[in-house]
Design a protein around this ligand. Structure first.
Ligand SMILES: O=c1ccn([C@@H]2O[C@H](COP(=O)(O)O)[C@@H](O)[C@H]2O)c(=O)[nH]1
Length: 269
């Protein structure tokens, strides 16, 4: 999916909501554990109930790798289900990969060719040659970690290096790389006070913003400082939506939470 198509979809649905599919078998409704593939059954029900309210879904790889082969099979079925039934949805593999060039090349092949995600999250700290293999896929999107939502972001990302915070070096340097103008960036909703500075460096790049809901980030604050001319935001909520209920009404409860966020977004557009 191109960035232009993503923007059109945001305007059509009046939503820039990304739903995180972070499936934890101890938190899903217990009746689903009888299903042959409980993870996929859960994801399918959540997608069926919420796809009209969201423009993106973001499975986090940790929640699939934790269940071994069965988890990866469920991930494969989930992305296939989305691609076949909702090609208008932007898909994000939240994998936070990045390694020496030939290894990054294999990660890129896995997420972009085999699984056919639209995008993957990548850690920048191994530098240009670790990110280039992802950027080589011109019709796909690389989402670089810039300023993350967790407290540990202050350990390194905001530290000054040669008079400027490290996350600013990440933004300024990465946008000069080949196809770097196509990069998207992760900025935590809990770091809204940094967004005005971030927008001075990357005025139009899309930002994937996790951290509203369970982590306490504020949607209004993020939009006030982070929204660009083409919206430029994908706001993620995972636990706050998918675990709204662990009863038989889990999908309806998830849709209610997603609708609350979508209605707030509608007012902010
Ligand atoms: O800086 C980051 C980068 C990634 N994440 C991921 O987003 C979701 C957030 O889940 P919630 O349940 O809505 O808190 C999760 O997959 C994280 O690993 C992030 O939170 N912050």
């Amino acid at each position: 999916m191109t960035t232009q198509e993503l923007v059109q979809e945001i305007k059509r649905k009046r939503s820039f909501l990304c739903i995180g599919l972070d499936v934890d078998l101890t938190k899903i409704p217990q009746h689903l554990l009888k299903e042959e593939d409980p993870i996929f059954a859960f994801n399918k029900a959540i997608i069926d109930a919420t796809h009209h309210l969201a423009v993106a879904y973001k499975p986090n790889l940790a929640f699939y790798e934790a269940y071994g082969i069965k988890g990866l099979e469920a991930l494969g079925k989930t992305i296939d289900y989305l691609n076949q039934n909702h090609p208008e949805i932007f898909t994000i593999a939240d994998a936070k990969r990045g390694d020496i060039g030939n290894t990054s090349g294999m990660y890129a092949k896995a997420f972009f060719e085999d699984l056919n995600f639209d995008s993957v999250t990548v850690a920048p700290y191994m530098g240009k040659d670790s990110v280039e293999p992802f950027l080589a896929y011109e019709n796909k999107h690389t989402i670089l970690l810039a300023l993350t939502s967790n407290a540990g972001a202050y350990d390194f990302q905001t530290r000054e290096v040669e008079g400027e915070e490290l996350y600013k070096h990440v933004l300024k340097t990465s946008k000069t790389w080949k196809n770097g103008q196509n990069l998207m960036y992760v900025v935590g909703a809990t770091k809204a006070e940094f967004l005005a500075e971030i927008r001075k460096i990357i005025p139009e790049s899309f930002l994937l913003v996790p951290g509203v809901g369970a982590q306490g980030g504020n949607l209004q604050e993020v939009c006030k400082y982070g929204m660009s001319q083409n919206v430029g935001l994908l706001i993620n909520s995972s636990r706050g939506i998918i675990y709204a209920s662990n009863g038989k009404d889990f999908a309806e409860a998830a849709a209610e939470k997603a609708a609350e966020l979508q209605q707030q977004m509608d007012r902010l557009l």
